[in-house]
Design a protein around this ligand. Sequence first.
Ligand SMILES: Cc1cc2nc3c(=O)[nH]c(=O)nc-3n(C[C@H](O)[C@H](O)[C@H](O)COP(=O)(O)OP(=O)(O)OC[C@H]3O[C@@H](n4cnc5c(N)ncnc54)[C@H](O)[C@@H]3O)c2cc1C
Length: 613
Amino acid sequence: MDPPTVPPVGTSLFWFRRDLRLDDNPGLAAALSCSQTVVGCSKAARARRRAGSRLLAAPARIPVFIWSPDEEGEFQPGTCSRWWLSRSLAALSARLASLGSRLLVRRAKDSLSGLADVLADTGATTLFFNQLYDPISLVRDFGLKQALGERGVACWSYGGDVLFEPWEVMQDDGQPFVTFEAFWDRVTNLGLEPKFPLPPLVSMPHVPTGLPSLELSELALLSPEEDATSKSLEQKWEPGAQPSHRQLEKFVQTRLSNFCHHKAQVDKDSTSELSPYIHYGEISVRYIYYRVKQEVLSGKCGQQSCNDFLRQMGYREYSRYISFHFPFTHERAYLEHLQACPWRYDKNDFKAWRLGLTGYPMVDAGMRQLWSEGWQHNRLRVVCASFLVKNLLLPWQWGLKHFWRTLLDADLECDALGWQYISGCLADAHPFGYLMELEYESRKFDASGRYIRRWIPSLARLPNKYIHCPWEAPAAILEDAGVELGVTYPHRVVKIEAVRQRVLNACNVIEQNQRNMDRGPFRPATAPVPRPEEATTMTEQSDRATEDSLEDDDGSDMDESTSSEESGVESFLGSRNVPSETAARTAASHYTAAGHWGTSSASQKRRQSGGGA
Ligand SMILES: Cc1cc2nc3c(=O)[nH]c(=O)nc-3n(C[C@H](O)[C@H](O)[C@H](O)COP(=O)(O)OP(=O)(O)OC[C@H]3O[C@@H](n4cnc5c(N)ncnc54)[C@H](O)[C@@H]3O)c2cc1C
């Protein structure tokens, strides 16, 4: 992807978000590479520059981080995620200092007011940042670009979070793909490689010392109690860009070549464990892509393992894609008829699941690890999520929220994709009636019972034959193992016969709702917007986006938001304050419209030739 050519600018800010790295950071690189000559611009910008010149002797490049959790609405990061962020910011700040720069840190009600303060303090006239694709960020960034544009601040955003932008991989008819296979097939046959990573930075411009900034400790990312109880995370994890590269190397050297055989094993270190690093952007996905490919080219890793690993990365890519084109999937089923599911809303069962007290060892071990370490292997996420949705018939949104609050790598797009798949809500998911064989999964992926023994010590003395199903163990064996069901380990919250009946009933209700309707998706994708002929000013772009939003809002189904499913979730989890789907679609169409805000030359050519991706 060719970055847009930025006209010469005076003092500029680079806004760090989920891209806490200096290497292969396109937005940062653009901020550093554009010339510092001051050119003619609006009256407001000239006034801003004059104010800044009182503070700064020369135009500067200022890295800034704004902590404004309130604007994330109900998706404020949980304790483990904030623990990671606090350590990652410390690492970033130290790295910037070692290269001659300084991270300006602010706390604010929202990003706009935080940035406005820094802009006022520095007289900066330009803001650079990398794009995010979850609906909350889409709406915020769109509003922010408009508001700052009106104040004469130019905003430039770049694609630094994905291999290809979501609007670059489209079907021939211009609509987004709705199955992973078709999406990934197109990505791998685009005839284009992702852009090669940018070279590492060796120095950064000086940031004047007089500019006010909070100490990282003053941000209070964690309360003292949270900080104290998160100490154990330090034993396993080391956040930061440099550790992320070490982790990648460790994976490439020791696990990658066997990835195709071992990736689903939960009782050993089988996967990369890179997800928290990737979530906070400490390592670039393009760098990972090329590093893994290099192993194949050098003959150190087979093609199958490489393909399998990149496919996992492809799921992450797809999560951004789905979130961008269908910006409601963190809340509602993609296949609309699934919204008719007669959920049970049983808080006691939800509690048993959260605490790892369901009586199913694999599920309980997984949930205890999640609570303790903020981490689970993908297979365990699948097993635990499936148990909540199918066995307990509890709404998947409850599970999504719990994962969001507890995971170290909590990532709204990946979380939503995972839960939509498990719940049969996607076009290529198993149908809702599909039930996972829990005992079979447990024996297959934790054959020795090592994982269960680690997380449920009270079952440790059970022989392998019964560790996956203690309810089948004869009384004498339970006694020998010191297990007293209902006392040292719970009875099953629900038996499999009851589960089958529940799921069957639910399928009947869902099917009735589906009758006489074509198969989904029933919501339109992001409307394709013609690319403007040439780059436009900030205000012109805002105007166009507003018009687009009116066209986009067909007034049909966008606002019919209250299903039985949602009202149940709301009553349990409190009111929603996430942006509306319409607002997210407007913001998304703005990206597709704004050709020079990250649209690649390749996709431009494709669009000009009238073809799909
Ligand atoms: C219900 C559910 C919820 C999930 N929630 C999250 C979440 O909040 N954050 C998160 O990062 N992942 C989530 N995942 C995806 C996946 O479980 C994790 O990314 C993976 O377990 C991380 O381990 P790893 O880094 O060792 O993965 P590896 O297998 O080494 O894969 C490498 C990278 O590919 C990406 N990836 C792998 N599998 C998936 C997948 N199924 N979906 C999307 N991306 C994937 C991740 O960035 C991962 O770091 C969820 C999956 C499910 C089923």
